[in-house]
Design a protein around this ligand. Structure first.
Ligand code: DQA
Length: 155
């Protein structure tokens, strides 16, 4: 169901460590788009869905935790690529559990085709779902899936 005519849903997009280097960081794995270009594409999709989008990136775990806390009461959904913290951070998982904001986890690369230390995600089990391996498209699919989930709630 579309929420056209209603107050736009608000989604916070969180990009974790090293994603500020996109475009020049291992392009064979992560593609050639910069973070700004990915955010631009996300904004285009958000506009078609009547979703209001905020984006942030940090290389610091505590700042990411604070951003999740700050989303409480402000955003109805979180789209997160936690980068390497995906595989290490109980703190990010606990923050997401603490604010209880529906979350979709995304990754540019297919984390299950890579080193075994990337196969475990602390976020996956507490997220609505995970989209991994579609490059920048993972973000766009993730936003659509999150919007679908949130719109279902208001049906
Ligand atoms: C990543 C996968 C992680 O394992 C890695 O540490 C990243 C990027 C991805 O989008 O494919 O920084 O989250």
């Amino acid at each position: 169901m579309s929420n056209k005519g209603l107050k736009p849903l608000s989604v916070l997009v969180i990009h974790g460590p090293n994603l500020n280097l996109l475009g020049r960081r291992e392009p064979g794995l992560y593609g050639s788009l910069t973070l700004d270009e990915i955010n631009g594409r996300l904004t285009e999709v958000a506009n078609t869905l009547n979703v209001s989008l905020a984006t942030m990136q940090s290389n610091h775990e505590g700042i990411l935790v604070d951003a999740i806390h700050g989303a409480w009461g402000k955003h109805q959904g979180i789209l997160i690529n936690a980068g390497a913290y995906t595989h290490t951070s109980v703190a990010l998982r606990d923050a997401l559990l603490g604010v209880k904001i529906p979350t979709v986890e995304v990754h540019l690369s297919n984390i299950y085709q890579r080193e075994s230390f990337r196969h475990h995600s602390y976020i996956a089990a507490i997220a609505i779902g995970q989209i991994t391996g579609f490059g920048a498209q993972s973000y766009l699919l993730g936003l659509q899936a999150l919007h679908h989930h949130l719109s279902k709630d208001s049906e």
